[in-house]
Ligand binder design. Structure first.
Ligand code: UFG
Length: 343
């Protein structure tokens, strides 16, 4: 008997993380339908996905804030077996200045999506959450049991509230099965260097700023704070290669499809388990690329936490997922991507 091809909806599937997940899903034999409003992505990513996998995913340009469009989409695609939800705004600073944009984009869309998933024969959802829900954790590494803290930004609050909305919906509807993945700091790009992160304007995140400085687009990197209580005074994060992160999604989706989940709302940390300081990232970048970065120390950035890295035991043990690529692999892939898009 032929095995069924499972049809997975990826919202925001042309974005940075979404596109890498689409590639991994196709590599694993899933059928993929992408919806994206192209607000922070480009249609050219679709061709790039085809270039990597040889398979063209179905694509529909849909804005998830338009309730009727979402309803109509699911009428056309009632045979969807699972949903992976990325479509959201993600700039921390922008969310502070324009909180309502974030509550509308990230919360309305999630509610409309859940209302439709609740009607499907197969009700399975993976939600893209963030380690931002932990704030500055009291203990390191951070386990899933750590206290959820007051969010540092409206963006962070949309992840916290988003998890709560899903959890409440799962309590009310036991047919719904969900997994929230709390990402630490995703970086890097696919080895083909044809998909990767494309920040609009000045990058807010460390690695895109590093690669843009390396290539000469930015004069120098400002390292925000060198007087933190860490070994070298700079903040520590858990940088996870986006391809490893993408693989966690396919594994989580398989868990839901094979009905191996023990709760209908599960949460996993997705990180490497290893913390690296900003200076360690800068030095590793120099080592793998041979490019010396121009940098200087600047004031601390408001809202930055000192140190965050994941306890990944739960994901290792239950999902059977573990990061395989190193910080250097990730930085080299980010550098190849940067060079390719500027060439
Ligand atoms: N940093 C610099 N200079 C820069 C940019 C960043 O020194 O130009 C430092 C930051 O101060 C921080 C570290 O590099 O210490 C990492 O900063 P990022 O902005 O790359 O990442 P964050 O940890 O601040 O933010 C990320 C995600 C958010 C998420 C958050 C959760 O981008 O979406 O993790 O902690 F909310």
């Amino acid at each position: 008997m032929a095995t069924k091809i499972h049809k997975i909806l990826v919202t925001g599937g042309l974005g940075y993380i979404g596109s890498h997940v689409v590639v991994e899903l196709q590599n694993k034999g899933f059928g993929v339908v992408i919806i994206d409003d192209l607000s922070n992505s480009s249609l050219s990513v679709l061709d790039r996905i085809v270039g990597i996998t040889g398979i063209k995913p179905v694509f529909e340009k849909i804005d998830l804030k338009e309730k009727k469009s979402v309803t109509d989409f699911f009428i056309r695609h009632e045979d969807i077996d699972g949903v992976i939800h990325f479509a959201a705004s993600k700039a921390v600073g922008e969310s502070v200045n324009n909180p309502l944009k974030y509550y509308e984009n990230n919360i309305h869309s999630l509610v409309y999506l859940l209302q439709e998933i609740n009607k499907l024969a197969s009700q399975k959802l993976i939600f893209s959450s963030s380690c931002t829900v932990y704030g500055q954790a009291d203990e390191l590494p951070i386990s899933e049991e750590a206290q959820i803290k007051e969010p540092e930004s409206p963006y962070g609050n949309t992840k916290k509230v988003g998890e709560q909305i899903i959890k409440d919906t799962c309590s009310a509807n036991t047919l719904l099965n969900t997994i929230a993945l709390r990402y630490f700091n995703p970086i890097g790009a696919h080895e083909s260097a044809t998909i990767g992160e494309l920040p609009i304007g000045t990058p807010q995140n460390l690695v895109p700023f590093v690669t843009q400085t390396g290539i000469g687009l930015r004069e120098k990197l400002s390292i925000f704070g060198n007087d933190y209580p860490t070994p070298d005074g700079t903040c520590i994060r858990d940088y996870i290669h986006v391809v490893d992160l993408a693989k966690a999604h396919t594994i989580a989706m398989e868990r839901l499809i094979e009905e191996k989940n023990t709760e209908n709302y599960e949460v996993y940390n997705i990180g490497t388990g290893k913390g690296s300081s900003v200076l360690e990232v800068v030095n590793a970048f120099k080592k793998v690329t041979g490019v010396r970065l121009n940098y200087s120390f600047a004031e601390r950035r408001a809202g930055d936490i000192i140190s965050a890295y994941a306890d990944t035991k739960k994901a290792n043990r239950i999902l059977g997922w573990k990061s395989e690529l190193t910080l250097k692999d990730a930085l080299l892939s980010a550098w190849k991507w940067e060079k390719k898009i500027r060439s």
